[in-house]
Design a protein around this ligand. Structure first.
Ligand SMILES: Nc1nc2c(ncn2[C@@H]2O[C@H](COP(=O)(O)OP(=O)(O)OP(=O)(O)O)[C@@H](O)[C@H]2O)c(=O)[nH]1
Ligand SMILES: [Mg+2]
Length: 215
């Protein structure tokens, strides 16, 4: 007989310009796979159960389109999300600049300067092509109210789990501060790619990774 374990469900949205590695980060986190090819995303959603500081939580992760973002769509997923990964590539300074507009839109829409955000500088394996220094990225993160900044490599699976866990932890802390016992939000998803057993990109992984390398 199985014991019912209360689980919280949190909605995480991955935002950023086209080609910065949002889908690769998500695929590494959810499925533990590396995707070499570039296949621009329209919108995909994934579910994954993880352990955050001893709590079982289910993450509903929305991987968004970097290119041709429609403002209306963006507003919809910003409204439904509780935590946000704002991703740029360390090889592209414009991809960092573009995040400021996104963050501003997010804060205005939520009417909350402390919305759970992690700033993610991806492609850290391409150090030789670096166009954004750590100092520049930290300056942005401190200008956003000291949101955490991580450098990740989806290719090498560095700091991938950490960014998802960090944003999840921020949501949990907010819930606790507000005295709520549940997270969640039951908003509709336009395209859901849920766990269907051993499907190609649809697996709900239960792996845990406990590395902690915070830059
Ligand atoms: N070297 C390196 N390449 C990466 C990394 N992450 C992603 N890439 C490559 O960058 C390209 C774009 O990656 P995607 O994950 O599809 O980018 P995206 O942000 O989802 O792009 P859109 O869906 O168009 O918004 C792919 O060719 C990836 O292989 C990384 O950490 N290191
Ligand atoms: Mg994508």
């Amino acid at each position: 007989m199985s014991r019912a374990v209360p689980q919280r469900e949190y909605h995480i949205v991955v935002l950023g310009s086209g080609g910065v590695g949002k889908s690769c980060l998500t695929a590494q986190f959810v499925q533990g796979v590396w995707i070499e090819r570039y296949d621009p995303t329209i919108e995909d959603s994934y579910r994954k159960q993880i352990d955050v500081d001893g709590r079982q939580v289910i993450l509903e992760i929305l991987d968004t389109a970097g290119t041709e973002q429609f403002t209306a769509m963006r507003e919809l997923y910003m409204k439904s999300g509780q935590g946000f990964l704002l991703v740029f590539s360390i090889t592209s300074s414009s991809s960092l600049k573009e995040l400021s507009e996104l963050r501003e839109q997010l804060v205005n829409l939520k009417d909350d300067p402390n919305v759970p955000i992690v700033l993610v500088g991806n492609k850290s394996d391409l150090e030789e092509d670096r166009a954004v220094s750590r100092a520049q990225a930290f300056a942005v993160s401190s200008g956003w109210g000291n949101v955490p900044y991580y450098e990740t490599s989806a290719r090498r699976r560095q700091n991938v789990t950490e960014v998802f866990v960090d944003v999840c932890r921020q949501i949990i802390h907010r819930d606790l501060q507000r005295g709520r016992s549940g997270g969640g939000g039951g908003e509709d998803r336009r395209r859901r790619r849920e766990d269907e057993g051993d499907g190609d990109r649809r697996r709900r992984s239960r792996r845990r990774h406990n590395r902690c390398v915070i830059l």
